[in-house]
Design a protein around this ligand. Structure first.
Ligand SMILES: [Zn+2]
Length: 510
């Protein structure tokens, strides 16, 4: 099948986003790729689409158990034969998965790096043609990065041991040149096509607030975001406990997540959030690596993070479905002292502790300086972020607290003076849409998701439901025209969604 055909029938999209097309083209022409894309830029489609066009199997190396599971769940929903191989499987499940793999039953296999050179994996792979190796979170190969994972050093020898070398596509959200060079060298990429894209996320609104009282400011924000699902990031475990307790006391449904909790409690909290059983997740930065929930509407930083890389990655978990997302940072001078204390202690964050190293410490201090600069900036916040990541941008975005002239939360003015440029926020693309129908489709989606045991956004995203409202398809063919509806989902859910739309139209007398 042609890529455009696969895109339409399997994934339900007519076009790729900017940045995706060159990556797909490069892979299909057999070239290595190094793609630097932030969370939410649609990087998984960049390897999943070629995977379905190439003759053999695609291996996706990933460090994240929860991400592997979510992606495989989403692929299976789309009718793709996919599986994952990692330590979360029981020995029985692992044996079954490798047997299926050896029998050629999978097209896409997600695998933890530590498994690649094991005899069992090698045996299952013998006789299979590997058409593509995709390396997710590729910065884990670099010892300069914060997430170094020794298993990643096995990827290059693994590829070298394959009978025919397939194209290798490496993906990362970390854009610094040193890490990029490390990735290309340590994965032994061969003249890779380099793609840096999608850094700007116009649907995200960035705000910095300097509150007199953090808790009061937080509660006001949660009132503003009433009924929406989001994450509150805190610097320390203690703050997570306190904030979660505060929210519960105020009757706001919340769960918490940090590395000090038992595995079971953490897993339960994550599932509650994923399946919309709680509205707010209060967490340290331990939460989120590999969280694929696309309908997170806001990310509030209760404290300033240590650097802009972390901030942009965490804030970027809002609005991954392309719908509006709110990113709010609560900042106080005390945050800088706390951050400096953590760096002095030799910890990159409160939640993990790599050994102290003078060079790393110096780098961490420089990153902290840039982070603090962002919080105090009187220039467009988006422009500050883009400059930091070396991305081109307009001087004013019209969708951040500086451009909108919001100094701070009501009554707690930070004087941005004449530097504040008052401009209306860009309206996001919206057609005529009936919110009554939207709510009904959401309810149906929740029912379908429960029946399948998957999170709601895996069935259809909010953006897809919105399109359904606007296009109000009458039959299967029209439903397939809706962005995000592929053939497998149309088959599985189409009739029931169409029935909701039909009933609604009838009531409207149209
Ligand atoms: Zn702006």
């Amino acid at each position: 099948m042609q890529p455009s055909e696969v895109l339409q029938t399997v994934f339900g999209y007519n076009t790729l986003r900017p940045g995706q097309q060159p990556v797909v083209d490069a892979i299909l022409s057999g070239r290595d790729v190094l793609a630097v894309m932030p969370t939410g830029a649609g990087k998984s489609l960049c390897y999943q689409l070629p995977a379905l066009c190439l003759p053999g199997i695609t291996l996706v190396v990933s460090p994240l158990i929860s991400l592997m599971r979510d992606q495989v769940m989403a692929l299976v929903q789309q009718g793709v034969a996919a599986a994952f191989l990692n330590s979360s499987l029981t020995p029985g499940q692992y044996a079954k998965a490798t047997a299926n793999m050896a029998a050629g039953k999978y097209k896409i296999i997600y695998v933890a790096p530590e498994r690649l050179l094991t005899p069992r994996f090698q045996a299952a792979l013998a006789g299979l043609e590997v058409s593509l190796v995709a390396v997710d979170e590729a910065h884990c190969v670099s010892q300069w990065g914060q997430d170094f994972r020794p298993g990643y050093l096995q990827i290059a020898p693994f590829i070298a041991g394959l009978p025919t070398r397939p194209p290798v596509a490496a993906f990362t959200a970390t854009a610094t040149p040193a890490v990029r060079q490390d990735i290309a060298a340590l994965l032994q990429l061969d003249d890779p096509h380099i793609e840096m894209t999608g850094f700007d996320r116009p649907n995200l609104r960035f705000r910095v607030i300097r509150p007199q009282n953090r808790n009061a400011a937080l509660l006001r924000l949660l009132e503003e975001f009433d009924g929406q699902s989001g994450i509150v990031y805190c610097m320390t475990r203690k703050a997570v406990d306190a904030v979660c307790e505060l929210l519960e006391r105020k009757g706001i449904s919340a769960a918490k997540y940090h590395a000090g909790m038992e595995d079971d409690a953490r897993r339960a909290a994550q599932e509650d959030f994923l399946f919309d059983r709680v509205r707010v997740m209060v967490a340290t930065n331990a939460f989120g690596m590999g969280i694929d929930k696309s309908d997170v509407r806001f990310v509030i930083h209760y404290n300033m993070p240590l650097d802009l890389e972390s901030y942009y990655q965490e804030a970027g978990r809002a609005g991954r479905d392309g719908e509006p997302g709110q990113c709010v940072l609560l900042y106080s001078g005390q945050d800088v002292r706390t951050a400096q204390f953590l760096i002095d202690k030799g910890a990159e964050s409160a939640d993990d502790a790599p050994p102290p190293d003078p060079v790393l410490k110096q780098r961490a201090e420089e990153r902290l300086r840039r982070m603090t600069f962002y919080c105090n900036s009187r220039r467009c916040l988006r422009a500050e972020l883009m400059r930091y990541f070396g991305q081109p941008c307009a001087p004013q975005c019209g969708n951040c607290s500086v451009c909108l002239g919001e100094g701070s939360a009501a009554g707690e003015a930070v004087n941005f003076g004449g530097a504040a440029v008052r401009r209306q926020a860009k309206p996001l693309a919206e057609g005529p849409m009936d919110s009554g129908l939207f709510e009904r489709l959401k309810k149906k989606r929740a029912e379908l998701a429960r029946r399948q045991g998957v999170p709601a956004f895996v069935v259809f995203t909010d953006a897809t439901l919105r399109q359904m409202c606007i296009q109000a398809p009458a039959d299967r063919a029209a439903l397939l025209q809706v962005s995000g509806v592929g053939e497998a989902k149309a088959r599985r859910y189409g009739d029931e969604m169409l029935e909701v739309i039909r009933a609604w139209k009838e009531e409207q007398g149209s």
